[in-house]
Design a protein around this ligand. Structure first.
Ligand SMILES: Nc1nc2c(ncn2[C@@H]2O[C@H](COP(=O)(O)OP(=O)(O)OP(=O)(O)O)[C@@H](O)[C@H]2O)c(=O)[nH]1
Ligand SMILES: [Mg+2]
Length: 298
């Protein structure tokens, strides 16, 4: 219930902007070429991307014509269905336990915060959770994760600042395996996808996970900040080339009118959105649900 409310509150801005604009163009009557041009501008403005918007417009236009749409409600249902079709095409990553999740992405997108919220989420599902403080660049990074571990009441493996990140990950996984953990969440330092040495470090961490616990259900989730818009797409491409991506955690959907960015991400990258973040609190994370999401934005 709390979760559901958060999602709607978080995406309120996207919904308000979209419905206001849709009513405005609908108010003019006929579904003419001008109408669809305006619709195109609205969808692009909600960050649905040029390519994906064109696909949606083609689909909606054909369906409206076929079923002689007259009312705004009928039209909205067709638009929602078209978007839902796209969102449902992203195949969900399998959740088998024990599971280890390597959380990666550029600086400040919400990796550490998302790990804290995920720890709480899995803990509520009665899983044994361990965090691994793989961001060893700054002492503050480890402290931040320790706070989240305390808040969610889960275990954490850490080392001193400046330690090789891969060696903390090795320690963490060795310990998690010995203690029969169900879910291991590994934090990493933010890195710009164009910095080659940092991407090499990430590949090393990736190899360490593979070698240390070969049987674990190993997933790599990239964290994307929804407010960065279309740049998120190139981030996924680079990280995917470096280590392969199994899923996306999309953060900061609260307070942005650009929640629509989920749609081109799924349509163009074929990587599933696993979780969405709608605030800074421990409960402000939810598994992505296509139907719920469409209802929240349109
Ligand atoms: N509004 C909002 N803020 C968020 C969300 N997720 C994270 N934040 C905030 O974004 C800021 C950065 O979050 P971090 O979790 O430290 O990001 P990070 O990716 O770990 O950052 P680095 O480790 O420095 O690369 C913090 O102020 C968080 O509270 C969200 O879903 N909504
Ligand atoms: Mg961090």
């Amino acid at each position: 219930m709390g979760f559901f409310k958060n999602l709607f509150n978080g995406l309120k801005k996207t919904k308000e902007t979209l419905s206001k604009k849709l009513s405005m163009i609908f108010g003019r009557g006929e579904l003419t070429d001008d109408f669809f041009d305006d619709l195109e501008a609205i969808l692009i403005g909600s960050d649905m991307g040029v390519q994906t918007t064109e696909e949606i417009i083609d689909d909606v236009r054909a369906k409206c014509k076929k079923s002689h749409i007259k009312t705004q409600n009928e039209f909205t249902e067709i638009l929602k269905q078209s978007i839902l079709d796209i969102l449902e095409s992203g195949v969900k990553a399998e959740e088998e336990y024990p599971m280890a999740v390597l959380v990666i992405g550029v600086n400040g997108v919400g990796k550490t915060t998302s790990i804290g919220k995920m720890a709480n989420y899995y803990k509520q599902q009665k899983k044994e959770v361990m965090l691994v403080a793989g961001d060893t660049f700054r002492a503050a990074a480890t402290n931040q994760l320790v706070e989240w571990a305390n808040r969610a009441k889960v275990k954490i493996v850490k080392q001193n600042e400046g330690t090789d990140s891969a060696s903390v990950v090795f320690d963490g996984l060795t310990s998690a395996k010995a203690k029969n953990m169900d879910v291991v969440l590994i934090d990493t330092a933010g890195r710009l996808h164009v910095k080659e040495n940092l991407m090499e470090e990430l590949k090393k961490i990736d190899r360490v996970v593979d070698k240390t616990w070969a049987e674990v259900n190993y997933k790599k989730y990239i964290v994307l900040d929804a407010t960065t818009g279309q740049n998120a797409i190139s981030q996924v491409k680079y990280f995917n080339e470096a280590v392969g991506i199994d899923g996306i955690i999309l953060t900061k959907l609260d307070g942005t009118a650009k929640g629509g960015v989920v749609i081109p991400i799924i349509n163009e990258l074929h990587v599933p959105v696993v979780f969405i973040g709608v605030g800074e609190g421990i409960d402000d994370l939810r598994p992505f649900d296509a139907k719920e999401f469409v209802d929240a934005i349109i």
